[in-house]
Write a protein that binds this ligand. Structure first.
Ligand SMILES: Nc1ncnc2c1ncn2[C@@H]1O[C@H](COP(=O)(O)OP(=O)(O)OP(=O)(O)O)[C@@H](O)[C@H]1O
Ligand SMILES: O=C(O)C1=C[C@@H](O)[C@@H](O)[C@H](O)C1
Ligand SMILES: [Mg+2]
Length: 173
């Protein structure tokens, strides 16, 4: 099985769905944010505050470059597809599954969340502005796009697995 990269905005469910999907497929789960936080010994908030976003983005690229090309599900950070080198690495190593959710659903999931450094002000505005800039990039590299609104993580995984069975890995559903 080629590596599955889950991409999408903050709160789209990449970490939640990714962990369950890996369990279901019997493969390793790697969450880029968790790996980086563990290696640095600090939270993502602390890395952004103390070392800056540019440093965090370098760590993301370094991590992606070292990931396996098979038998893994990767929950990416929401900003990973923004860099061209990251998009190239993901395409080389596996397939990209875009977990889609509109701004109001994302806001409802993250309204009380304090762990995302890019959502510290007017969350509604920050989500809408960033999502509109990123949407074309997520769409451009998605092999598969799944709407997550109103679906449980289990339902999303069921849809994804059905899609893989119907079309085969690496094809657009
Ligand atoms: N399908 C879903 N339905 C309802 N709530 C969900 C769903 N998927 C995720 N959530 C909830 O939304 C929140 C954010 O989910 P998660 O951390 O998996 O997002 P993420 O895409 O990994 O975000 P980030 O890019 O910031 O890492 C969590 O509280 C999670 O329980
Ligand atoms: O969308 C983003 O740019 C981010 C998403 C999170 O997964 C973290 O990687 C970090 O909070 C930045
Ligand atoms: Mg995550």
């Amino acid at each position: 099985m080629r590596t599955i990269f889950l991409i999408g905005f903050m709160g789209s469910g990449k970490s939640t769905v990714g962990r369950l999907l890996a369990e279901r497929l019997g493969v390793r789960f790697i969450d880029t944010d968790e790996e980086i936080a563990e290696k640095e010994g600090k939270s993502i908030n602390e890395i952004f505050a103390e070392d800056g976003e540019a440093y965090f983005r370098e760590l993301e690229t370094a991590l992606l470059t070292g990931l396996p090309e098979s038998n893994a599900v990767v929950g990416t950070g929401g900003g990973v597809p923004l860099k061209e080198i990251n998009r190239v690495v993901m395409k080389e190593k596996g397939i990209a599954v875009f977990l889609d959710a509109p701004a109001d659903v994302i806001l409802s999931r993250l309204i009380y969340d304090q762990s995302r450094p890019l959502l510290k002000g007017d969350k509604d505005k920050e989500i809408r502005e960033r999502l509109s800039i990123r949407m074309p990039i997520y769409l451009e590299i998605a092999d598969i796009r799944i709407s997550t609104s109103g679906k449980t993580p289990e339902e999303i995984i069921g849809e994804l697995i059905a899609c893989f069975k119907e079309r085969g890995m690496g094809h657009t559903c």
